[in-house]
Design a protein around this ligand. Structure first.
Ligand code: UD2
Length: 304
């Protein structure tokens, strides 16, 4: 019987966490509705117990939580623009499913739930972003992720279920889907530049993101499962324009970059303060930005 449940196991982050757990000889159950998850992300994970379905399906969350001790809740519909197109779908996937999972978890006496939170909660002019800053969600996506975070806290207070929220900051790395209009910017830019296609920068390109390599997120999750509850996030401060310059040299792209209007709901700057995560459970990014970017470009090149 599995001890660990990974929701969104066929996703880019969920499958990376599952791979790390399996490598440590843990018994893993995964759940995915394959709305954005990919079967090819499960290659090498044949040993896990896979439940195919949606956490909103009747009885599915209960089945997924049975006998489980730790849950990594990665299932979500990411993307700010997707939530602007479809706020109801975003809420169903990110809020409804989360409440159902938490309710099943407390009934099954799960020990701890580690939740994929987001850095999307505001456009605060002061950086870095600290855990105690007042959230100011700009998009339905940000509201949905923040609501999940509040549910985590409430289930901890009311039912004693240990919950940890890790606020992710723009995760990138191998296996991230580059094909959707909602894909992360690095996945889109790397695959375009490797194929000599023109990437488009929305706005002036001076927006910045604290791009976090997947391995660091995986380590953060494993630490959060074994240590006192707190918050974690990755690090490295880069504007989009600077990142495009680095990508030009890594991909040998010599073409143009086109420019489009700034995206609605876009956060201008994003930078994580990881001091709290470091002091509470020893989180430190082990793969720095340049190394992560090189590994990611190599992976996309190998997929061509
Ligand atoms: C990321 C996360 C989101 C949430 C948010 C928190 C992804 C895919 N999304 O959204 O889940 O956690 O961070 O703030 O990781 N851009 C371009 N050209 C493109 C695509 C994007 O210029 O072709 C810009 C976009 O306008 C934005 C930046 O690149 O300013 C990053 O966009 P993103 O979609 O990768 O991620 P973000 O920060 O909106």
């Amino acid at each position: 019987m599995a001890d660990y449940l990974v929701t969104g196991v066929a996703g880019f982050i969920g499958s990376s966490i599952a791979r790390a757990l399996v490598a440590r000889h843990n018994k893993v159950r995964g759940v995915d509705n394959f709305s954005t998850g990919k079967r090819q992300n499960l290659v090498g994970l044949e040993s896990i117990e896979l439940i195919e379905g949606d956490l909103n399906d009747p009885g599915l969350a209960e089945r997924a939580c049975r006998e489980i001790k730790f849950i990594f809740h990665e299932a979500a519909l990411p993307s700010v623009p997707r939530s602007i197109e479809d706020p109801v779908g975003s809420n169903r996937a990110n809020v409804d499913a989360t409440v159902k999972l938490l309710d099943a978890a407390r009934k099954s006496r799960v020990r701890r739930v580690i939740y994929a939170g987001s850095s999307a909660y505001g456009n605060s002019p002061s950086l870095p972003k600290k855990e105690d800053m007042l959230p100011a969600p700009l998009s339905p996506y940000a509201v949905s992720k923040l609501t999940g975070e509040h549910y985590m806290a409430a289930f901890c207070r009311v039912y004693g279920l240990e919950t940890v929220t890790l606020r992710y900051f723009n995760v990138f790395g191998p296996h991230q889907d580059p094909t959707s209009q909602y894909s992360g910017v690095l996945a889109i830019f790397i695959s375009k530049m490797l194929c000599n296609q023109t990437p488009t920068i929305y706005g002036d390109g001076e927006q910045s993101r604290d791009f976090t390599y997947t391995d660091n997120v995986v380590v953060g999750n494993l630490l959060a499962a074994s240590a006192d509850a707190s918050k974690v996030a990755g690090r490295v401060f880069n504007t989009l324009n600077e990142t495009v310059q680095i990508l030009r040299s890594l991909t040998s792209y010599a073409g143009d970059v086109s420019h489009g209007p700034e995206r609605p709901g876009d956060v201008k700057h994003s930078l994580a303060d990881i001091a709290e995560a470091k002091s509470q459970f020893g989180y430190e990014p082990s793969v720095l930005f340049g190394e992560g970017l090189t590994k990611t470009v190599d992976w996309y090149r190998s997929q061509l």
